[in-house]
Design a protein around this ligand. Structure first.
Ligand code: GCU
Length: 396
């Protein structure tokens, strides 16, 4: 396993990326017709190499609107739903709380759908949001001790959730706590919604990214049925490990209208074959439960994989895709994120008929549907990142 991360561009090493579509059709019509088949093959490869089989369920889902009110008087409304999932075989049931913020006076809004790291109550100072009772990661700086959230953690990451900015752009935002789905620790699969699945614990079973992505899709399905949401304009959004999640969710669930990954880094937007910042081998040693169990055996050899992350981005085509990075977030390899978006954009342009081959020269974004943004600062989800999403997804 590699121990020291490399931060020297000159030491990234040589690599050859697998082609997104090695034997593509000539006519644009055929490309569009056959792309879904190629896309499925790529998704199957990502299941085998990284994330495990995408969880499929036959749960029954019920929803209860348990609280509503003004979020920002005159500007934004808040609704809180408890979604309860029941496994029909075992009868076991568990729930996830969804906080939905919609622009006041708009009958149907497009929606950014994103999981959060610290509970819905951490995203705003609003006193009406229950403190999440489930397992939390330990973070003394934020006030999370004993793996539980207390009242003092209300609003601790509100800077990451600029609801006013979102509703002012005419969008709704929906969020849920990722730990409601799968608590982020080695034994997490036994708690949370993931525990409802009848598990086959083989080498290709899903890791936590797979379950988080499933949860995001479950949220998307729920939002699709709401009067206040434009069902064909729900976008998957996420920061860091939840950016990896948003990409995997949108890749698998075509009913997401688009995807944004912010600082998602290794196993997210950035290229695994570049030895810069975090590496798959490091992840396999420290956070193996994010991936399928068999990942640990080949994590050190990304050069042998049939996929790299530009292909994950490409599976979102032809839907809008946004990749954002931060200059100081070198662990996530911003250059690797950009290159990945550039290469993926060649596939978009190929489907649009503006280039002859889905292989890029690695220089520039080739399609308007793909956008890359890098801002100053460190690993975080800031108004500048949201602004890019609001702008890019307004152009649908
Ligand atoms: C760690 C992890 C990254 C991840 C990040 C986050 O740094 O190594 O892969 O993106 O946590 O989720 O904040």
């Amino acid at each position: 396993m590699e121990v020291e991360a490399n931060y020297d561009e000159a030491a990234v090493g040589e690599y050859t990326l697998p082609e997104i579509w090695p034997d593509p059709p000539r006519s644009v019509e055929d490309r569009i017709r056959i792309w879904p088949e190629r896309r499925k093959e790529i998704l199957a490869q990502f299941e085998t190499v990284l994330y495990g089989r995408f969880p499929r369920d036959n749960f029954s889902v019920s929803s209860e609107l348990f609280e509503e009110g003004d979020m920002i008087p005159g500007e934004a409304l808040r609704k809180q739903y408890r979604l309860t999932f029941t496994n029909p075989r075992s009868g076991a049931a568990k729930s996830m709380d969804v906080l939905l913020v919609t622009p006041a006076g708009v009958s149907k809004a497009p929606c950014l759908c994103a999981l959060n790291f610290w509970g819905n109550h951490s995203t705003t100072d609003c006193p009406e949001i229950p403190v999440n009772p489930n397992w939390m990661r330990w973070d003394e700086k934020l006030g999370y001790t004993n793996h539980r959230a207390e009242e003092n953690t209300r609003g601790v990451v509100s800077h990451r959730w600029p609801y006013r900015q979102i509703v002012e752009a005419g969008f709704a935002a929906a969020t849920a706590y990722y730990g409601d789905i799968y608590p982020d620790c080695n034994k997490g699969r036994r708690e949370g919604l993931a525990a409802l699945f009848d598990h086959e614990d083989d080498e290709t079973a899903a890791g936590s990214i797979g379950y988080w992505a499933w949860g995001l899709c479950a949220m998307r399905k729920f939002l699709t049925g709401l009067e206040s949401i434009q069902s064909d304009r729900i976008h998957a959004v996420g920061h860091s490990r939840l950016g990896k999640t948003a990409l995997w969710a949108a890749a698998n669930d075509e009913r997401f209208a688009g995807a944004m990954s912010n600082d998602s880094g290794c196993a997210g937007a950035s290229l695994s074959r570049r030895n810069f910042g975090e590496t798959p081998g490091w992840m396999a040693g420290v956070i193996p439960w994010w991936f399928r169990p068999g990942f640990v055996r080949h994590a050190d050899h990304p050069h042998d994989w049939p996929v790299d992350q530009h292909m994950l981005l490409a599976t979102i085509a032809p839907r809008p895709l946004l990749v954002t990075s931060a200059v100081e977030d070198t662990w996530a390899d911003p250059r690797g994120e950009e290159l990945s978006a550039v290469h993926a954009s060649s596939l978009y342009a190929f489907l649009e008929g503006t280039v002859d081959s889905p292989v890029s020269d690695g220089r520039a974004i080739a399609s308007k549907k793909v956008r890359y943004q890098i801002r100053p600062g460190d690993h975080d989800m800031l108004p500048a990142d949201w602004a890019a999403a609001l702008e890019h997804f307004s152009e649908d």
